[in-house]
Design a binder for this molecule. Structure first.
Ligand SMILES: Cc1cc2nc3c(=O)[nH]c(=O)nc-3n(C[C@H](O)[C@H](O)[C@H](O)COP(=O)(O)O)c2cc1C
Length: 381
């Protein structure tokens, strides 16, 4: 039995258990992967001020996101194909998040459908929307999210054009995997994944297949989706979606202070400083580099959240110190899911909770909502 003590342990197990093309889909970034790597590296470069004798006996890491209480300021980010890392992955991750008391975001490109996740959970989750050319389909997706009692819409703005990940091209990423010799040999080494996957009917994009005319199988779906991402997206579309949805709106993929001002002006409730985990614009700064200017630009007008590169509770604390109100995690929880299903997502959240709580205490603080830049050493003393 492997003893799991950190997210890295979950990553190693994920790599062993999930088919290579899905593991690689998760653990890769665009082109040279420089931005992907700098997300983590720049977070880790921030040093904490260690404090002593400050009575840190009674501590709280509880907070709020969109006015709702959360056990800690960490939500599960939307991730496509989570149901390929582990059978029924989105349902399992949503259940783990619900039991833990943090929000779960279902991706447009999920395997389990909105309705399916709603049927297997008891509390509202969030739905992430991509702007697609087929606006009638978007209207239906928004209606479906509303009918499923989703409590927030996360609108992703940084994927109107697809960044390229070399590994996905080389692996011939497809859902389900094509029966090539290389894929079959790889699957033979993952008997548990195969068994679980054969035991579930959920193996296609659940929000799309059966809901769009002419999309029935994988090949028609692949051509439909690649033609659907919409580079004409502008702020008038954001307003249109805000009106159609009418509920709490989160804008994801903001990396620039000017765009952050547009986001605040749009009346959205939160924005996520995100470079899509380094999967889109290679050469963009790390998100922790971009965060302070965005916080300074829009401050209290809109909740500023942060993602990309978080692999520990220390990283969560670093983002909070530089002004984020809350964070999202992508790969950290996918590693848990791909390693051990629902139990792995729970383990990921437990690890981050413990690291966040203890690191905060070492910094002499007792309330995660009061953390600020003074817990960090100045970068260039
Ligand atoms: C495998 C994978 C799939 C993703 N799919 C989506 C998606 O469907 N929609 C979206 O808005 N973001 C998607 N993202 C980006 C995440 O929401 C999040 O911004 C990113 O994972 C944060 O970086 P981290 O993985 O280092 O935590 C995806 C990320 C990964 C790793």
């Amino acid at each position: 039995m492997t003893v799991i003590t950190d997210i890295e342990d979950l990553r190693v197990l994920h790599k062993k258990r999930a088919p290579r093309m899905f593991y690689d889909y998760c653990d890769s970034g665009a082109w040279t992967e420089r931005t992907y790597r700098s997300n983590q590296a720049d977070l880790q470069d921030l040093k904490f001020r260690q404090r002593v004798a400050m009575n840190v006996d009674r501590r709280s890491i509880a907070s709020t996101m969109l006015g709702q209480p959360v056990a800690m300021p960490v939500a599960l980010a939307p991730t496509g194909l989570a149901g390929m890392q582990w059978a029924d992955g989105e349902i399992l991750a949503a259940r783990a998040a619900e039991a833990f008391g943090v929000p779960f975001t279902l991706s447009t490109m999920s395997i389990c459908s909105i309705e399916d996740v709603a049927a297997h959970t008891t509390k509202p989750f969030w739905f992430q929307l991509y702007v697609l050319r087929d606006r009638a389909f978007i209207e239906r997706l928004i209606e479906r999210a509303r009918a499923a009692r989703c409590s927030a819409l996360v609108l992703t703005l940084d994927l109107t054009i697809l960044g390229q990940r070399h590994k996905d091209v080389k692996n011939g990423l497809s859902t389900p995997p094509k029966p090539t010799v290389a894929n079959l040999l790889d699957l033979l080494r993952r008997p548990r994944w195969c068994r679980n996957m054969l035991g579930t009917p959920r193996r296609q994009f659940g929000n799309i297949v059966g809901h769009v005319d002419g999309v029935g199988d994988t090949s028609s779906l692949a051509s439909w989706t690649s033609a659907q991402f919409d580079p004409t997206l502008d702020w008038s579309d954001v307003e249109w979606i805000k009106r159609r949805w009418g509920g709490p709106l989160v804008l994801k993929g903001i990396m620039d202070a000017e765009d952050a001002r547009h986001a605040a002006d749009s009346g959205a409730d939160a924005l996520v400083v995100s470079n899509h985990g380094g999967r889109q614009l290679d050469g963009a700064p790390s998100t922790i580099e971009a965060l302070p200017a965005i916080v300074d630009a829009v401050g209290p007008r809109i909740e500023v959240w942060f993602d990309s590169g978080i692999r520990s509770g220390q990283d969560v604390l670093r983002a909070l110190a530089l002004g984020a109100k809350a964070t999202m995690i992508g790969r950290a929880y996918l590693h848990g899911l791909g390693a051990m299903g629902e139990a792995g997502v729970t383990r990921c959240l437990e690890i981050i909770r413990k690291e966040l709580d203890i690191t905060m205490a070492f910094c002499g603080r007792t309330d995660v909502r009061q953390v600020d830049r003074s817990i960090l050493l100045p970068r260039h003393p």
